[in-house]
Design a protein around this ligand. Sequence first.
Ligand code: IPM
Ligand code: MN
Length: 354
Amino acid sequence: MKLKIAKLPGDGIGPEVVEQAVKVTDAVCSLFGHEVEYRFGLAGACAIDATGSPFPEETYRICTEADAVLFGAVGDPRYDNDPTAKVRPEQGLLAMRKQLGLYANLRPVETFKPLIHKSPLREELVDGADLLCIRELTGGMYFGEKGRLDGGDTAYDTNIYHRYEVERILKLAFDYARRRRGHLTVVDKANVLESSRLWRQVAQEMAPLYPDVVTDYMFVDNAAMKLVTGPEFFDVMVTENTFGDILTDEASCISGSMGLLASASIGEKTGVFEPIHGSYPQAAGKNIANPLATILSAAMMFEYAFALKEEGAAIRRAVAASIEEGVVTEDLSAGGKAYSTSEVGDWVASRICR
Ligand code: IPM
Ligand code: MN
């Protein structure tokens, strides 16, 4: 198969971790006989520096012409403490999501036995947790009308959802629940928010079409608690954009390191595969960042964008081996030898086998 991949490393540690995912992708392609072609695109602060835009037209074109996008991270401390900045790196990510129609963000959370002790939660709580968070990604407060009134002293963001947006994400969630353990939890704040009541109404209409799925409804505050008191309750969780942003950071703690969590954003055009962690500027250029989340995102890319299950599984096995054998970066090494970002990438690439 011929794989056309857009490579958007972005800012901070993005380039270092994406480079490792590329090594691993190359190893998979040479073993399984695929031809791979990468095209580089700018996104985030580096794109602002070079072109003035955080998601230049050229990058959009490269993405739409590719079969999958491998993305690193965006963000730069130069912008974080400046609420007046007119253009920000994060706008590049949001523009990419909107322009590529990436309405579904899939964030699987699983535990790795050898790392369970790294979780801030007690071992018996997290052992066996295996959930898929599905976050709506192109609606809600992130994209609703926002602005300032009263000469700047009043500010608002609108949490708006249209029925079609809710239907398509719920359909995807029911389908995933069906393919997993048949349990879907719809997370909302229907006791307070009108938009949540629309979500719940649509979900209740759709649930009878999926008699093989057990559907339940949970308020977001309760879900936040349940994630840390009994995460094994969840199979597939679906929620709106802002709740999903917050809950998936929380859920990432379950596995012990944010450096392990991969994600896939899929929708109308090319899918984007990226780690859930940010650009971690303090570590940029130091060759210490954990590349496993990005490498696992490459596994999701094989599985979701190319329907190449075996290739994805080969990456997952190599990553599991690196964890078992302690070939990991300092965030996971627990006093043992810490390997560098590139050493972990080389090791995982060298362990790709059928
Ligand atoms: C994420 C990030 C982004 C978000 C930021 C960088 C805009 O936190 O992908 O979860 O809030 O969606
Ligand atoms: Mn986030």
